[in-house]
Design a protein around this ligand. Structure first.
Ligand code: ADP
Ligand code: MG
Length: 802
């Protein structure tokens, strides 16, 4: 599979004109697969050899076994032959007796056995031949059975051997007895013949004598004489006859004895024949057993043979399958090799061309380097000129941006007023006093409504943040102001509102959720970093507090020391505070250190209105000084972040003595701030900066093209609606002075003090133009009326560009 894949990939690589370095891994893969296949083939061959060796060993075993068997059969045959000879010899000696017939039968039986043996041998030879022809049995577990059977066979053969020995002994005995019998018979025959001859002779003599007697009787004298002689001679003859008869008697006794002996011998022969028959039966039995064992062995061998054949066939078919697979693999490898060859040719060709390229490379490189150098220097030149052009454009754009920004600020107004409503807190308590009195316009984020003494008063600012607005959302709206201080603008952000309205929360925030101060510094850091390629910036921080109209350094060694605001001696008309500590900050850690340091030193006192009430103005003054390295241009921008003291009315706080004095100072400075803003908005020739320490200190940052943001903080609680109303009136008035010089003048003339703000009735504030309507007739009223009209006709409040 791998090979095929490799081959396929290679072919496709070749079609795609074969990238110079790619085919090598393919060839390596193919070679690896070939090696793997070769290894497999070798392993298979080894297995095959092992099988063949096993088979050969088995064959050898079987051969030696069959040789043994053959030897045994040979000896048996020889013995049987001997026996047969012996029997034939006996038969020739004894003639056709029963024993002979028996022996003939045995011989026939022997002959039959021999035939069977021969058949067995033939089968054995056939088996051996088949074994030689067939593949070897891989794991012949029948060898042991075979050995057992052979053991049995040899045991039987041993028994047969013993029986045969006994038979031989018996044969010998039979032979001896037969010999003796033959001798006795011979002797008997001789004596019988003798007796017959004697009887013949005697009977002849008797007949002669009787004839003689008769002839004599016919011749009386002579006969008498002769009779007398014969009688005399007859007595002699009678005696001879008696002797002969006694001898005959003796001979007959002898014959009887001989017959007796013969009978005995015949009995002996019969018993020995019986024994022989028994032995033969035993032999027959043994031979039957032998035959059975042989048959069993043959069966076993047959079964073994079959199993062996089966195993051989299986092994053979497995080997064939494996060989086939190996052949197929080999064929695959061959085809792969064949497909690889063109790729190799292409590779060789590529390699040669690469070699040529490498040979020519130094020259080519030198030439290329020369031209590249020329091109690079030309490109550098071009880049330089482009850079110069870009720098020029950039500076022009910078100027343009500054102009645009200024224009935008001018259009939007240098003073922007935002309102932020804090959420109802635990400190507000429960019940109707803590009820929410502030609502918002869903279509206009610059409008809020205050329910005061049963009447709803609407206010329009530049933007209103509802209680759910996050610190981040608030900061997003002020960050443009913050960054403009990098461009050299002075910026003031004030948090205005009654104590507990959320001024400190907006400016400082919490450690987990910082306010404008920390976010502004972080933004400045990141902006400065992004401009670090062209500009060098330093950011310094001062923290001061104005308490009872005296300025104190919050970062100085002696915070109680009152600082003075002075004109710069260089005649530039700039103000400065001698002795005010400035910290250079570079990281958030530095900022935190400064804030912590300042916090400790800030004077906060509690009144009965709110135990966290702050009775001083806290200022964080961030100065950003920049140097454009390419032009040498220097810029200085100041960001003043002011957390004003509480704007609540003194009468309400119930303060007396020093507390009253504090409240008066606060009211005075807040009124002065309002005055300055009015004067600036209405572009008055004289701006009363010096009326308070706060405005005097911030003079630089409030005049000229400086930008100011007033964040008016209000509480939504029912119990705070009077203060909320005052704060929102202040906010709207600050914002409304953008109408124009005439109106501004008029506004400036009628700018109310904190006390005046206190005196505004909600009824008058609810009318179009609201809180300031009684103080600002003319254009202001008409503009407010037009806004209101728009609000009512369109159904939503929109910011109207002024
Ligand atoms: P101030 O400085 O005007 O006296 P604080 O900033 O101390 O008022 O706020 C008074 C309480 O109101 C504080 O507990 C402050 O955490 C909570 N607070 C003020 N503004 C928010 C706001 N936007 N979200 C949540 N809590 C606020
Ligand atoms: Mg505060």
């Amino acid at each position: 599979m791998n090979l095929e894949k490799a081959g396929g990939r290679l072919c496709s690589g070749k079609r795609a004109s074969l990238p110079a370095a790619r085919p090598f891994p393919v060839i390596q893969k193919v070679m690896a697969s070939m090696a793997h296949l070769q290894k497999e083939k070798l392993q298979l061959q080894e297995e095959l050899l092992g099988l063949q060796e096993k088979l050969a060993a088995q064959e050898n075993d079987e051969l030696s076994l069959s040789l043994q068997l053959q030897g045994q059969v040979e000896t048996l045959k020889a013995k049987v032959l001997e026996q047969a000879q012996e029997i034939s010899r006996l038969r020739s000696e004894l003639g056709g007796t029963d024993a002979e017939k028996h022996r003939d039968l045995l011989a026939a039986e022997n002959e039959r056995l021999r035939q069977e043996m021969k058949a067995c041998e033939g089968e054995l030879r056939e088996l051996r031949r088949q074994q030689q022809q067939q593949a070897p049995c891989r794991d012949c577990h029948h060898l042991q059975e075979n050995a057992g059977l052979q053991e049995q066979l040899s045991q039987l053969q041993r028994e047969a051997e013993e029986t045969r020995a006994k038979l031989v002994e018996l044969d010998l005995e039979v032979q001896q007895k037969t010999n003796r019998l033959a001798e006795v018979e011979l002797r008997l025959k001789d004596s019988l013949a003798e007796r017959a001859e004697e009887e013949e002779r005697l009977s002849r003599r008797l007949r002669d004598s009787q004839e003689t007697i008769a002839s004599l009787k016919s011749q009386p004298q002579q006969i008498k004489y002769i009779i007398k002689t014969v009688e005399v001679e007859s007595a002699k003859a009678k005696q001879a006859l008696c002797e002969t008869q006694s001898r005959n008697q003796y001979l007959q006794e002898q014959v009887g004895m001989q017959r007796q002996v013969l009978k005995e011998m015949e009995q002996q022969l019969q018993s020995s024949q019986k024994t022989e028959a028994q032995l033969r039966a035993q032999i027959v039995m043994y031979e039957a057993e032998l035959e059975r064992a042989h048959g069993q062995m043959l069966e076993e061998m047959q079964a073994m043979e079959e199993e062996k054949n089966r195993a051989i066939e299986e092994a053979f078919s497995r080997a064939q399958v494996e060989m086939k697979a190996v052949h197929e693999n080999l064929a695959g490898v061959r085809t792969n090799l064949l497909t690889l060859q063109p790729a190799l040719r292409t590779l060789t060709h590529d390699y040669n061309s690469l070699k040529r390229q490498v040979r020519d490379f130094p020259l080519l490189l030198q030439e290329t380097l020369r031209s590249a150098r020329a091109e690079i220097s030309q490109a550098i030149e071009e880049v330089h000129s482009t850079n110069r052009e870009l720098l020029r454009k950039y500076r022009r754009e910078l100027q343009l941006r500054k102009k645009c920004h200024n224009e935008l600020v001018r259009l939007k107004g240098n003073i922007r007023v935002f309102g932020r409503v804090r959420p109802i807190t635990k400190e507000d308590g429960e019940g109707p006093e803590a009820a929410n009195a502030v609502t918002f316009d869903t279509d206009d984020d610059a409008v809020l409504h205050l329910l005061h003494k049963g009447k709803q008063v609407s206010f329009e600012l530049d933007k209103v943040f509802p209680p759910q607005a996050s610190q981040e959302e608030v900061f997003q709206e002020v960050q443009a102001l913050v960054t403009s201080c990098i461009d050299g603008y002075n910026v003031c952000i004030f948090a205005y509102g009654q104590t507990g309205a959320g001024k400190t929360y907006t400016m400082e925030g919490t450690a987990a959720n910082p306010g404008i101060n920390q976010r502004a510094l972080q933004l400045l850091f990141s902006e400065v970093r992004s401009k670090a390629a062209d500009w060098d910036y330093t950011i310094t921080v001062s923290a001061a507090e104005i308490y009872n109209e005296s300025l104190r350094d919050l970062l100085g060694k002696e915070p109680q020391e009152k600082l003075e605001i002075k004109l710069c001696p260089d005649g530039s008309g700039q103000l400065y505070v001698p002795g005010l500590t400035e910290f250079r900050v570079q990281s958030v850690e530095d900022i935190n250190k400064v804030f912590d340091f300042g916090h400790v030193k800030r004077v906060t006192e509690c009144t009965n209105l709110n135990e966290h009430s702050s009775r001083s103005h806290a200022l964080l003054i961030i100065t950003v000084r920049g140097l454009d390295r390419s032009t040498g241009l220097r810029t200085t921008g100041k960001l003043n972040l002011v957390d004003l003291a509480g704007s609540e009315r003194v009468g309400r706080s119930g303060a007396e003595g020093s507390r009253l004095r504090e409240a008066q100072h606060i009211n005075k400075s807040l009124s002065a701030l309002g005055d300055v803003i009015y004067a600036l908005r209405s572009r008055q020739g004289h701006v009363p900066f010096r009326n308070s320490k706060l405005t005097y200190l911030l003079q630089d940052s409030l005049s000229g093209d400086s930008k100011t943001l007033m964040m008016v903080q209000v509480s939504p609680a029912e119990k705070n609606t009077s203060e909320t109303l005052c704060s929102l009136k202040f906010a709207e008035r600050v914002r409304s002075v953008e109408l124009g010089p005439v109106s501004r003048k008029a506004e400036l003339a009628s700018w109310p003090s904190q006390e005046q703000l206190e005196g505004d009735s909600p009824g008058s504030a609810a009318t179009p133009g609201r809180g300031h309507a009684s103080h600002s007739p003319g254009q202001l009223s008409s503009r407010s009326a037009s806004i209101r009209r728009k609000l009512h006709t369109s159904g939503k409040l929109r910011s109207v560009p002024l």
